[in-house]
Design a protein around this ligand. Structure first.
Ligand SMILES: Cc1cc2nc3c(=O)[nH]c(=O)nc-3n(C[C@H](O)[C@H](O)[C@H](O)COP(=O)(O)OP(=O)(O)OC[C@H]3O[C@@H](n4cnc5c(N)ncnc54)[C@H](O)[C@@H]3O)c2cc1C
Length: 303
């Protein structure tokens, strides 16, 4: 299939891109890596009248350490950059670990963090991992009359972004500009794993976990999120809460994994039933949380 006709603009400057998006005379969408949008155009699942290509905007592709030691990923950071960038390895190794599960190298060299988050596919790895890491999302639009400066910006907790399958709190005219991950804390450990029919396929189910242990070995903080565990990328707060305040023994981890499976709402589709997905969620949560605890105990503060 060929895409429907569209106008195409490729600005080098974010403000110019925001200006084009603010002009509502044509229905306009940002184009990032194109790894979801182009197939949607070709299958005629989307038919925007104009695309604003973000690929030439340098400020959107930067990976930076923030003043407080966190990690700022420009929206156009490629999946392949997550796999290789030393700042990502230091500040959020969980992202590098999970990025390797996304599709194939060709797709990872084009697909972007911002595109994956804006697309809000419950089957995508990065939204779930970024939720586990407590990420915040930076959003910009063209300033309106009476507002100072060329652009207006807002920041959301990533949890506030996902409203439904493929549906986010991004408003027309807005661009997701960056994702920010808080700095690593002593005693943290994290891990990711998923089950797919073949290497590179979308996951049937995936689990990301992060724990923080105190000096007595008690769990002070935990976050667990699921890939394909519900209709949106989701944090499993009850399951994580079951770990907090106690020693993460194998029994405690098994109980939290059971809560995770029970409170998940995966779909039944041609790839797997809801019951099978819940079984996988229980098994994977147990394994992933155990690995995260192991990393935290080794004192490598890996997250
Ligand atoms: C064969 C194949 C297999 C794949 N397997 C996986 C997989 O296993 N796991 C996985 O997670 N993904 C997978 N993907 C999808 C891939 O990861 C995409 O890169 C990702 O979903 C979208 O990122 P993108 O940069 O390509 O965005 P695009 O396709 O360019 O855009 C996606 C959507 O987000 C919007 N958008 C993009 N950037 C922004 C922005 N900065 N601000 C606002 N809106 C924006 C676009 O307008 C569009 O609606 C696969 C893709 C293919 C083709």
């Amino acid at each position: 299939m060929k895409p429907p006709r569209f106008d195409y603009v490729a600005p080098v400057d974010l403000d110019e891109a925001l200006e084009v998006l603010a002009d509502d005379s044509l229905e306009t969408r940002p184009l990032a890596g194109g790894q979801s949008l182009v197939p949607m155009l070709n299958f005629r699942l989307a038919a925007p009248e104009r695309l604003v290509d973000l690929n030439r905007i340098e400020e959107l592709a930067r990976v930076q350490r923030t003043a407080d030691g966190g990690l700022r990923l420009g929206a156009m950071t490629r999946h392949s950059t997550l796999e290789r960038d030393p700042l990502v390895a230091e500040g959020a190794a969980l992202l590098a670990e999970a990025a390797r599960f996304i599709a194939h190298p060709q797709i990872r060299s084009r697909g972007t963090v911002g595109g994956s988050v804006a697309h809000a596919d419950p089957a995508a790895e990065l939204p779930a991992v970024l939720l586990t890491l407590g990420a915040r999302v930076h959003i910009a639009r063209c300033a309106r009359e009476g507002e100072t400066g060329p652009r207006a910006e807002r920041t959301l907790d990533l949890r506030e972004l996902f409203l439904g399958p493929f549906f986010t709190a991004l408003e027309p005219g807005e661009i997701l500009t960056a994702l920010e991950v808080p700095p690593p804390v002593a005693g943290e450990g994290s891990a990711f794993d998923e089950v797919a029919r073949r290497r590179g396929d979308y996951a049937i189910v995936g689990v990301a976990a992060r724990v923080r242990l105190d000096s007595d070995g008690l769990c002070r903080e935990a976050a667990i999120s699921l890939v394909n565990g519900g209709s949106t990328p989701c944090l499993m707060e009850e399951a994580a809460g079951a770990l907090v305040g106690a020693e993460p023994t194998p029994d405690a981890i098994a109980s939290a994994a059971a809560v995770c499976a029970k409170t998940s709402e995966p779909a039944t589709d041609m790839h797997a039933s809801k019951a099978y997905r819940r079984h996988l969620i229980r098994v994977l949560t147990g394994r992933v949380v155990s690995r995260a605890v192991g990393h935290a105990r080794e004192g490598c503060h890996r997250r």
